[in-house]
Design a protein around this ligand. Structure first.
Ligand SMILES: Cc1ncc(COP(=O)(O)O)c(C=O)c1O
Length: 472
């Protein structure tokens, strides 16, 4: 008798798990019972990467066999689980963190927001050093980014510059990233936004699991964004999310721009959620025109696939352990590199004033941050007898992955230099951006991702010590 589809699926999934256990040993969490073999100097120590087990591979294959393909039941479940994890009203999945940022700012241009709508020429305060697609969507919407400086040690916005950036009647929003898994000063920023009635978008792409005064980042602003690209705290290959923290009106707008600009909010495969599919009259369309094909915005299609969401759901179950591993790895590296403060400024959490073997010391504000570290950042001091580039080359030769802080001072990137030349009014800069320049010139980070093992971390520590010794 031929096997049923259910029997065949069960057999395929059993074999899938067996395959993944055999094929993906190097991608398992670093504290796995069966750690991948590590040969110092021969095995590459990546700065980040996908960390998964047979659970994710089974989920991907299972959803692929079901062949729904477009965002469906897995996507809906993941959206709900992510929103519940963070404690926000809704999360909407998208195909990247960059798309999430594009949608978050674009949603605020909707006519449906009335007086609070963003208009071309309105100003959005942002920060100079970071990832380009935190800023590009501001410009892509005809809005004007106003750049303030970064603190070179926390890597976050220097919030004391917000007041200087503010122009009454022009400034309408603040859009900042929690850099490298370190919350920015949410107390100062939310107070500033409240006082001036500004929108706040938190780019939480590198910071899932961070807390500020005990509350997850990504839950303070009007909207926040996630990236699920492989180096991030969880992955679905390509992917991301927009979190709607409180106001469900924004959910309808983000969803509309994500889904072709449509007015209808039916999920994929569903009809008539509004119970008046043929009862609308909008624009200059005839009365009763199918709501599924009514477009209230100039939208995009930025949805991911359902099998990607199935992967994300498995990753979310592992997220608390992933976050803890990032914190443990950062602490291990920091303790191992103690004594090298003469050569490096090591990153500090916002509100921390220093690090000791007992933990961080804190400023007098009373606020506390808990980092969900994206990486372990070292600023090479000007007085050090070596350069950042020499350290990067030494790490590379030792097969240790490192990165700079993404685009550095974005204003020095060719795209922004051209923009300044061609359309000087398209952006505005406040102050000299000396912190962003320092980050661009002196910062380097290595991995804290959950795939790292203790021997790898110890090898990273030894390599940095050995390098410093040969130079001093
Ligand atoms: C702060 C920040 N925002 C946005 C993004 C974009 O995310 P994605 O690569 O998923 O488009 C990144 C990328 O890593 C990032 O670091």
């Amino acid at each position: 008798m031929p096997k049923s589809a259910a029997e065949l699926k069960a057999e395929i999934l059993r074999l899938t798990r067996e395959f993944s256990a055999a094929a993906h040993a190097a991608n398992r969490p670093g504290n796995d019972a069966r750690p991948a073999p590590f040969a110092p100097g021969q095995t590459t120590v990546p700065y980040a990467g996908r960390v998964f087990t047979e659970d994710e591979v089974e989920a991907a294959v299972s959803a692929t066999l079901d062949f729904w393909l477009t965002l469906g039941a897995e996507g809906e479940a993941f959206e709900q689980e992510l929103a519940a994890f963070l404690g926000v009203k809704r999360s909407l999945l998208v195909n990247s963190g960059s798309s999430a940022n594009l949608l978050a700012i674009t949603a605020l241009t909707s006519r449906k927001l009335g007086e609070r709508r963003l208009h071309p020429g309105d100003e959005v305060i942002t920060v100079a050093a970071g990832f380009p697609t935190t800023v590009a969507p501001i410009i892509q919407n005809g809005l004007v980014p106003v750049f303030i400086d970064n603190d070179p040690v926390t890597l976050n916005a220097r919030v004391e510059m917000l007041a200087a950036a503010f122009v009454p009647g022009k400034t309408k929003a603040v859009m900042l990233a929690h850099t490298l898994g370190n919350p920015f000063d949410l107390s100062a920023v939310t107070e500033f936004c409240r006082r001036h009635h500004l929108w706040l978008i938190e780019d939480n792409c590198d910071a899932l699991g961070c807390r500020y005064d005990g509350q997850f980042t990504g839950t303070f602003g009007d909207l926040s964004t996630q990236s699920f690209y492989p180096p991030h705290h969880l992955t679905m290959g390509e992917g991301g999310a927009v979190n709607i923290t409180r106001d469900m009106k924004l959910k309808v707008l983000v969803e509309s721009f994500r889904d072709w600009g449509r007015d209808c909010w039916c999920a994929s495969g569903k009809d008539n959620t509004c119970h008046k599919r043929f009862g609308w009259q909008l624009g200059e369309l005839p009365e009763g025109y199918d709501h599924k094909y009514i477009y209230s915005h100039l939208g995009y299609n930025l949805k991911p696939l359902d099998p990607q969401a199935a992967i994300g759901r498995q990753q979310l179950k592992k997220l608390p352990a992933f976050i803890q591993a990032r914190i443990d790895h950062w602490n291990h590296l920091r303790a191992g590199l103690a004594g090298l403060e003469e050569f490096f400024d090591f990153q500090l959490p916002t509100h921390a004033t220093g690090w000791t073997t007992n933990g961080f010391t804190w400023d007098a504000s009373g606020h506390r941050t808990e980092c969900s570290w994206f990486g372990f950042m070292m600023l090479v001091k000007k007085s050090a007898p070596f350069t950042r580039r020499e350290l990067a080359e030494a790490l590379d030769a030792a097969k240790i992955g490192s990165r700079m802080l993404f685009g550095g001072n974005l204003l020095r990137q060719p795209a922004f230099v051209d923009l300044k030349k061609e359309r000087p009014a398209a952006l505005r800069v406040v102050g000299d951006l000396a912190g962003a320049d320092r980050i661009m010139n002196e910062c380097i980070f290595v991995g804290t991702y959950p795939g790292l093992t203790r021997p790898m971390l110890d090898y990273m520590i030894e390599t940095v010590h050995r390098f410093v010794k040969t130079r001093s």
